[in-house]
Design a protein around this ligand. Structure first.
Ligand code: IPM
Ligand code: MG
Length: 369
């Protein structure tokens, strides 16, 4: 009997629609092979939603996501909607809103360096070769969702004692929030190389001291088989480019995870190679880690591989289609081994005829499934 999977597609802005089209090609190719039906529901998020409805996350989009078996998102944002005015809607509110609405507190960002791309990184090939790490980023707490305020006219906050503006954001974590993300990291490590590095700033931040205590408590109680190490975030930023292959699982709070995951993406040569899964207790969401790249939008040159690898994660985590997920991985590796590159992962030695656009790259992967 054919299984049906309902997928809420949120293409968003910039290169979003272009890379989403390639993800669909891959899904459609797999549907034929595995006798499953993927049913697509498209909805608006981000800048396009603001233009259309005045808000970055319309109620219809939330309903569409909640009704689906999984959500596949591309990217949001662009200069058209950039503003520092707190009264105006911003595309990123769509992304943060859906993470919160779906309770997606676990963000998994696997970083692997494909052998074929070891020379695409700005780091030396011998440093990035064999990198295989997983960032487990807490996604619904910390500075992103803490109490914040902009005070517009405060005596003494301007220059020379005049009245001016003041703003603050707050970083806050509750024990249960730390405990559940720590468990996710330890569980993930059990299926990998059994090592967790917990990243914090416990020499300065109270939140980090609580973080460290809770992570160790969970470790001692239930995960004594896992090797646990603490690392301060500034040091982690350095070690990530100094000896990246030594890391297995990195667990950290929302903001640190945001920053470290962009840094880690560069190990694999391009932000265009990093997929992510956001999991909670209900419907999960899958998206590339990169943004909407407005500078190259509409030109057909964006790298669709992170979007396609997000499909791979969706098949694995939401649909239990591990074989199909393995097929995607193998297809991508084959295409890269044959030397095909989008512009972002090409280098001086790449023959011009092997540099392809978004749609060709999608066709290549789909044809090798
Ligand atoms: C990411 C992005 C988002 C974040 C932005 C677009 C709000 O950078 O997913 O890493 O900061 O979480
Ligand atoms: Mg980011």
């Amino acid at each position: 009997m054919t299984s049906n999977y309902r997928i809420c597609l949120l293409a968003g802005d910039g290169i979003g629609p272009e890379i989403m089209a390639e993800a669909r090609k891959v899904l459609d190719a797999l549907a034929l092979r595995y006798d499953v039906a993927f049913l697509y529901d498209e909805a608006l998020i981000g800048g396009c939603a603001i233009d259309e409805t005045g808000t970055a996350l319309p109620g219809q989009t939330i309903a569409c996501a909640q009704a689906a078996d999984a959500v596949l998102l591309a990217a949001v944002g662009g200069p058209k909607w950039d503003t520092t005015d707190p009264a105006k809607p911003r595309p990123e509110q769509g992304l943060l809103g859906i993470r919160k609405q779906l309770g997606l507190y676990t963000n998994l960002r696997p970083v692997q360096v494909f052998d074929a791309l070891a020379d695409a990184s700005t780091l030396k090939p011998q440093i990035v070769k064999g990198v295989d790490l997983l960032i487990v980023r807490e996604l619904t707490g910390g500075l992103y969702f803490g109490k914040r305020e902009r005070i517009f006219d405060e005596p003494g906050s301007g220059a020379n004692g005049s009245s001016g503006q003041r703003a603050y954001d707050t970083m806050e974590y509750r024990e249960y929030e730390i405990e559940r993300i720590a468990r996710q990291a330890f569980d993930a490590a059990r299926n990998r190389r059994g090592r967790v590095c917990s990243v914090d700033k416990a020499n300065v931040l109270e939140v980090s001291r609580l973080w460290r205590e809770v992570v160790h408590r969970v470790h001692e109680a239930d995960y004594a088989d896992i090797e646990l190490e603490d690392m301060l975030v500034d040091n982690a930023a350095m070690q990530l480019i100094r000896r990246p292959a030594d890391f297995d699982v990195i667990v950290t709070e929302n903001t640190f995870g945001d920053i470290l995951s962009d840094e880690a993406a560069q190990l694999s040569g391009s932000l265009g190679m990093l997929a992510s899964a956001s999991l909670g207790d209900g419907t999960a969401l899958y998206e590339p880690t990169h943004g909407s790249a407005p500078d190259i939008a509409g030109r057909g040159i964006a790298n669709p591989l992170a979007q396609i690898m997000s499909v791979e994660m969706m098949l694995r985590y939401s649909f239990g289609m591990n074989e199909a997920a393995d097929d995607i991985r193998r297809a991508i590796m084959a295409v890269l081994d044959e030397g095909w590159r989008t512009g972002d992962i090409a280098n001086a030695e790449t023959p011009a005829e092997r540099v392809v656009g978004t749609s060709e790259m999608g066709d290549l992967v789909a044809s090798r499934l």
